[in-house]
Write a protein that binds this ligand. Structure first.
Ligand SMILES: Nc1ncnc2c1ncn2[C@@H]1O[C@H](COP(=O)(O)OP(=O)(O)O)[C@@H](O)[C@H]1O
Ligand SMILES: [Mg+2]
Length: 316
């Protein structure tokens, strides 16, 4: 006999309880270490399938946010939900929804890439056969095939990060969490890792990453949250954040290329003329350039001048 099934897809109540569209939600999260108030009411929400970059300088509280999200530490107050599950109330259930790639993943240096992948797959409950298949698949996906039987100790930094990423993909999860995935990598390895992250995101994985590189957030993220002194100082798409500092910057430099002044502009003749009219007569011989706003400009314009912003190392 045929039974009439309720379509969960069209039942809004079922949608609400079983398939939240929000992958991650921080609400009023506070955390102090002693007298150091690291997070001071962090609110942010990441949609399913979105790539979200939490951008901030060293010491801004990025890792602390991730440690709270991944249940390693508890906030003083506030809550964090992953796929609708409160990480403080149900950490075990929450842990099934995310994978995290840290700066110190538990990799055995004396084992090969393949052996590390198989080991983790076995620990995660896959059969020996499934584990072998999974290891091969992941090595292929992250372009590690040529090094699959190389001991981890002999891998380059970029390879090593790709292995970290592969390990975090052994078990399929809704949300992938990356804490400064490319810090310390050279430009080429960084770009290769970006490509991998983009590919994962295209496959529908929600990605929550932290970075101190403005360029990285710009390259990867659908939305960026700027973390400054424990709160979001700005939130939006890279384009929205750039729009906040106007259409570009008029920069005045001396003959050694040192910037004398830099002013946001709408880019019209009238606006640029009025900006230039404010240049002191002593700099009349200085050169002028017009450039599109970078995320550095956004960060500097949204955060207080006392914040030390670490510059992205784009030239390495
Ligand atoms: N376990 C801890 N005990 C004391 N202070 C800590 C601890 N973890 C982090 N901090 C402090 O919290 C601040 C933010 O650190 P962190 O979250 O690691 O920043 P980020 O990852 O953005 O560089 C820093 O001032 C750091 O010294
Ligand atoms: Mg950190």
């Amino acid at each position: 006999m045929k039974r009439t099934m309720t379509s969960t897809g069209s039942d809004p109540e079922a949608m609400d309880s079983s398939t939240p569209t929000t992958a991650i939600e921080f609400s009023g999260v506070r955390k102090s270490f002693g007298k150091n108030p690291v997070l001071q009411g962090l609110d942010l929400s990441v949609s399913k399938g979105e790539v979200f970059a939490l951008l901030g300088p060293n010491g801004a509280g990025k890792t602390t946010s991730i440690n709270i999200l991944t249940t390693l530490i508890r906030p003083d107050s506030g809550s964090v939900l992953v796929s609708g599950i409160d990480v403080a109330i149900d950490p075990n259930e929450a842990k099934r929804r995310f994978a995290v790639t840290g700066q110190s993943a538990a990799v055995d240096e004396y084992l090969s890439t393949r052996e590390n992948l198989i080991l983790l797959a076995r620990l995660s409950g896959l059969s020996p056969r499934e584990s072998k298949v999974r290891a091969t698949q992941l090595a292929e996906r992250l372009s590690l095939t040529s090094f699959i039987d190389t001991r981890v100790a002999a891998l380059s930094g970029g390879m090593r990060r790709r292995l970290d990423l592969a390990l975090s993909l052994v078990v399929q999860v809704d949300v992938l969490i990356l804490d400064e995935p490319t810090t310390g990598l050279d430009t080429r390895s960084r770009r290769e890792l970006w490509d991998e992250v983009k590919e994962l995101a295209q496959g529908g994985t929600t990605v929550f990453l932290t970075t101190q590189y403005l360029e990285e957030a710009d390259a990867l993220a659908d939305r960026i949250g700027l973390l400054d002194r424990g709160r979001l100082a700005g939130l939006g798409t890279p384009a929205e954040l750039k729009a906040k500092v106007g259409q570009g910057m008029v920069a005045v430099h001396d003959d050694r290329g040192t910037t004398i002044s830099q002013v946001p502009t709408t880019g019209t003749v009238r606006d640029i003329s009025s900006v230039l009219a404010t240049v002191e007569p002593e700099f009349a011989e200085a050169s002028v350039s017009l450039r599109h706003p970078s995320l550095d400009d956004v960060f500097l314009s949204l955060t207080a001048p006392t914040t030390s912003v670490e510059q992205p190392q784009t030239g390495e």
